[in-house]
Design a protein around this ligand. Sequence first.
Ligand code: MSP
Length: 471
Amino acid sequence: MTKSTYITTAIPYVNGAPHVGHALDYLLADVYARYQKEQGNTVRFQTGTDEHGNKIWSKAQSLGVPVEQYVAENSAKFQDFIKKLGVEPTDFIRTSSPDHARRVQLIWEKLKDHIYPAEYEGWYCSGCERFVTDKEHEETGGICPDHQTPYERLSEKNYYFRISDFKTQIKSAIESNELKILPEFRKLEVLKLLETSPDVSISRPKKNLSWGIPVPGDEDQVMYVWIDALANYLTVLGFPEKDISDFWPADVQFVGKDILRFHAIIWPAILLALDLPLPKVILSHGHVLSNGQKMSKSLGNIIDPLEILNKYGLDPFRYFFLRHIDTFADSDFTWEKFDAAYSNELANDLGNLVQRLAVLSNKNSVNLPDFTPTKDEEYISLMDNFEYTKAFDHIWNKIQQINKDINDLAPWSVAKTDPEKAKDILTDLDLRLLDAVVLLKPFLPETANKIAEIFSASSIAIPQPLFPKAK
Ligand code: MSP
């Protein structure tokens, strides 16, 4: 069997409902999965939810709900969200599942040569579930900027994972692009960070963290979230109980910029310790901002993805987040921008074109010949390099050109004197539209299907508008 293309997304914490930021991981991965399938490859595509840790446990406590119930309910919201986004993973992993826990414990055992216990003392924020450096403590005046609570001085026993055993190997893998970090400027950041990366603490005393996977052989210690969470990419495939060579190494792992350091430093170290190959690409995407600012409850600028989906529908959502939210840099969401993209690009450029061509083809009784898409090297190269925004520009240029040609060639007026010539013009324009629409498939599957259906019928009927005025 040839190896499947294995695509992964970060698994979100389930301490709240999904927000638009979470959509980005899913959509970027989904486009790549659909594109790979279009290329004839088999795809394994993991998503899931990260369900352990104090934050989640405290949230459940404060609501008076058993934690198992709380995580199950929230995980279901993410599963529902994925469906609503038209994202079709092959696997959905929950880190609170017994299969995952058992496999993570087996992984821990395999890492043992690189794990050692030590006493840790430092400033800790329980909201962030992490110790901060003395420098960070000083700079913030001792108050966590995210939670507005003072840091506590804590001392505890932790197990540590000896990153230093693998630094040289990780550095050369990243430098040589054996492990490709995208975009390039993030790769440079990671290499810099790697130089000073200390060994990482990977457990907590049970009294400080009860909701997590127990450390095998030490009943007083529970695994800290990162080993548990990162391992999901392997446990979902059955590792170490099953042979995963049909899937691993991952072809691309999508993560947000805030968690790249875990994926580009701790994760490769874990894989090297397990004697597994490194992923081929880790793609770090930017963040979605709301009116130029980070989304936060206190600023009241959180965008509810369901509101967008209800108002505009699925493909307009996918369109905006895949074309106007840059794949690599931070980008801004505003309702004005969304509405402009919907009206000018989807409804005008594409929707009106489809409508005009269908109406004219219907009127002139156009019968399209069998259609075979042309191989578009530029598109393939952009997609292979995850340049989605540019791929969209490339498709849109084609659509604009068809719009221009329909106006210049004016088949409606040609029809008055030369109906056969008008038919030929329309046939050509229809086929060019179909050709462009094939390229849209990974991005806008519903729309691409609808357009293909309209123009594949033996007699082209007049369709409903694809992008009507939004509710
Ligand atoms: N649970 C960890 C990930 C473990 S992966 C082994 C986590 N969860 S998270 O819920 O905080 O974030 C999940 C994903 O959503 C991350 O890739 C993160 O970067 C992304 N985003 C969270 N907020 C975001 C935006 N505002 N914009 C874009 N992506 C954002 O970290």
